[in-house]
Design a protein around this ligand. Structure first.
Ligand code: ADP
Ligand code: MG
Length: 682
């Protein structure tokens, strides 16, 4: 029995679980914990059982110090031989540990005096953490540790689960709660794979990677099928609903064509027609507009908003970041205001007064287009005549999140835009409820972006390159993964790069942009960059989505080996948006691993987002046993599209067959995986 659930079991009578029972039937779950669990989507006992580990830690084996490898996450133990304070760039407490095979230092940057006192030579200690190369060889930074005055007990006999957690609800609590579930008897014949689920909560030590994967895949197949069924269900519901048709009335769109200053591409014309035709019917539109970075999606949305405005109706345009919302606001103002259409911007960082006026304009129906971030969803915002919602860069919001804005009237049409190239097989299942349009053509006159992969040692040449670009009147981005230097991550930071850039480029106007600046500062910096007052924008990946400055022609990305291919493609897409030749430099840190080299090669050789996404999926392959699923944005509870894409064909077939021949099983799958989605419709 793993150590993490032993304490709870003492209080718990073992009984039969009713999967539908609310979680507060578990011991120690009160209102506050119930609320935190609901943030993780956990309401019933079944939901908690479906709250599966993201990955596992192997604390089942003590690794002898001599066998320790860098990057390996493992359990070590030994006796403390020395404790000292080191004064480097930052003060730290260094503890030296010894076992029969060797030594290991571990380091604490944050420590209390009582901690320091307790760490005495001669004490036994068990540490769990990741070893890395430090200045004095392998070391562990802030490992989890436990002290003992006698030799430590045997390690756990099972792998330790690492769960998706939330603020105020950490691993310890989740482990003990899930531990309670495992002690219960679950129904045997209702078709839910309880045994597989239990196994995934506590696989025994020594479980093979294949066995774990096979079990995960069985469960993922159910989850994906349920998701597909939800999509089909919504599609059927939507077909039964009527909304207000918006046929052409004043041909205002023609005015915009004159204003634009460029001719639409064939793809833009085709897709705009598709969208406008949808709007003309009484069936609520739900259309996914896919188009690679720079393909010109925004203007398609503008034509749709104009059609809606011709009817005196409203459009909500939602963007994932304030920078992007601001930019859309400026574009729409330039395009639509000359046509007499009033536009407002709503973001989280406006003053109360500004926001009040904006909300009034939306609620009264006076503003015909509202551009905003999540702030559009505030309670006070109630559109008077909402007829269209546009969601830009939808992948940033997560697959599950379908937007439902408040409106007094009928169901709005929806246009969902994304630059994330979703491999075609996946689209079929993920967006089974949507019609799709694709912008498969870039505006004329675009020249391909030339991409170079350059080692960090040649940073000076790269800086010189920037100088050349600026002298020619162009602008550049320089992207670093970090805001400030980190002891844990060996990667470039905005703070450390700024003085180096200033020194190398005297007289060049450089500004920084990162997530720790206020929205106002960010907006001002972007505006100055847009106007050309800033020549080099030194930023974190906040500039990843949507930012459109056609005069910027050079993109330098530091530590590209740390970023995903699609992310690199998005970042690179910030340049090559105008008529000037653009370049992208991937400034990697040596040494580069073989797989990183391959990945960067893909970016260098291709500019096709779909191809890049497919390669990414292939190269990253099925992942490794103890970290198959990455943390970060969680779209499914167990399914991971990198891992389970091959299941999609089967899932679609199975889903269709269930709908036709076995509605009871379909209903059960929905009830298990998506109890809420069943009822919200549309
Ligand atoms: P994305 O699809 O990445 O959102 P945008 O809508 O931001 O692309 O468009 C990228 C840039 O191309 C913008 O500056 C936009 O004004 C411009 N653009 C859009 N369509 C055309 C076109 N047909 N011809 C020339 N430039 C265009
Ligand atoms: Mg865009």
């Amino acid at each position: 029995m793993p150590s993490w659930y032993a304490p709870t079991l003492k209080h718990r009578s073992v009984g039969t679980a009713d999967p539908q029972q609310p979680v507060d039937s578990l011991k120690g779950v009160g209102p506050s914990l119930t609320e935190k669990l609901s943030r993780l989507g956990v309401r019933r006992l079944l939901d908690l059982l479906l709250h599966l580990p993201l990955r596992y830690q192997d604390r089942s084996r003590v690794v002898p110090l001599r066998e320790l490898r860098a990057e390996q996450e493992c359990l070590v133990q030994g006796q403390i031989v020395e404790v000292r304070i080191a004064y480097g760039r930052r003060r730290s407490l260094v503890v030296t540990l010894e076992d029969e095979t060797g030594y290991l230092n571990w380091r604490l940057f944050y420590f209390s005096s009582s901690q320091q006192k307790a760490l005495k030579p001669g004490m036994f200690v068990q540490c769990f953490g990741q070893a890395r190369f430090g200045r004095e060889g392998l070391e562990m930074i802030h490992p989890e540790y436990r002290l003992f005055s006698t030799p430590p007990p045997l390690p756990d006999a099972e792998l330790t689960p690492v769960y998706p957690a939330t603020k105020g609800l950490g691993q310890g609590r989740l482990r003990s709660l899930c531990g309670q579930l495992l002690a219960l008897d679950w129904p045997i014949d209702d078709g839910t794979p309880y045994e597989d689920l239990k196994f995934l909560h506590h696989p025994p030590a020594g479980t093979s990677a294949d066995e774990l994967k096979a079990t995960q895949a069985r469960v993922a197949r159910d989850e994906l099928t349920a998701y597909y069924l939800v999509m089909r269900h919504r599609q059927a519901q939507r077909q039964g609903i009527e909304t207000r048709p918006l046929p052409p009335v004043r041909q205002l769109g023609r005015e915009l064509l004159k204003l634009l200053g460029f001719a639409l591409t064939g793809a833009q014309r085709r897709v705009t027609t598709e969208v406008l035709e949808d709007l003309s019917t009484a069936k609520p539109m739900l259309r996914l507009l896919q188009g690679d970075v720079g393909s010109g999606k925004t203007v398609v949305a503008a034509f749709a908003a104009i059609r809606v405005a011709e009817h005196g109706m409203q459009t909500a345009l939602m963007a994932p970041t304030e920078i992007l919302a601001e930019q859309h606001y400026l574009n729409f103002t330039a395009w639509l205001e000359p046509l007499g259409i009033r536009i407002v911007l709503i973001t989280g960082s406006q003053s109360a007064k500004e926001r009040k006026a904006t909300i009034e304009a939306i609620n009264s129906g006076e503003a015909l287009v509202a551009v905003g971030t999540h702030a559009l969803f505030q309670n006070q915002v109630t559109f008077k005549r909402l007829a269209l919602t546009v969601v830009d860069e939808q992948h940033r919001f997560g697959v599950h999140q379908r937007m439902a804005l408040k409106d007094k009237g009928s169901l709005p049409h929806q246009l969902v835009m994304t630059a994330t190239p979703i491999p075609r097989t996946l689209t079929m299942a993920l967006y089974a409820d949507m019609d799709t349009s694709t912008l498969d053509e870039l505006p004329a006159g675009r020249q391909p972006i030339e991409t170079r992969v350059v080692a960090d040692e040649r940073r000076d040449e790269v800086m010189a390159r920037i100088a050349t670009e600026c002298r020619a009147g162009r602008q550049a981005y320089w992207v670093c993964p970090l805001i400030e230097e980190s002891d844990q991550l060996n990667a470039a930071s905005v703070e450390a790069t700024l003085p180096a850039l200033k020194k190398a480029l005297p007289g060049t106007r450089i500004a920084t942009l990162h997530g720790r600046m206020s929205s106002q500062e960010k907006a001002q910096t972007m505006a100055r960059f847009k106007l050309g007052e800033v020549e080099v924008l030194l930023a974190t990946t906040v500039v990843e989505v949507g930012v459109d400055i056609p005069n910027a022609t050079l993109m330098v990305i530091e530590n590209p080996e740390r970023l995903g291919l699609s992310q690199l493609h998005q970042l690179r897409g910030r340049v090559g948006r105008g008529r000037h030749k653009s370049h992208c430099i991937l400034l990697y840190q040596t040494p580069l691993s073989e797989s990183s080299r391959q990945r960067l090669q893909v970016i260098r050789e291709s500019q096709d987002g779909f191809y890049i996404a497919e390669q990414d999926l292939k190269i990253r392959g099925p992942g490794d046993l103890l970290g198959t699923r990455q943390t970060g944005e969680q779209q499914f509870r167990i399914a991971d599209l990198r891992e389970h894409a091959h299941l999609i064909d089967e899932v679609v077939q199975r889903g269709d067959a269930l709908l036709l021949n076995d509605p009871a099983t379909a209903a059960r799958l929905l009830d298990v995986w998506a109890p809420d989605d069943r009822h919200i419709g549309v």
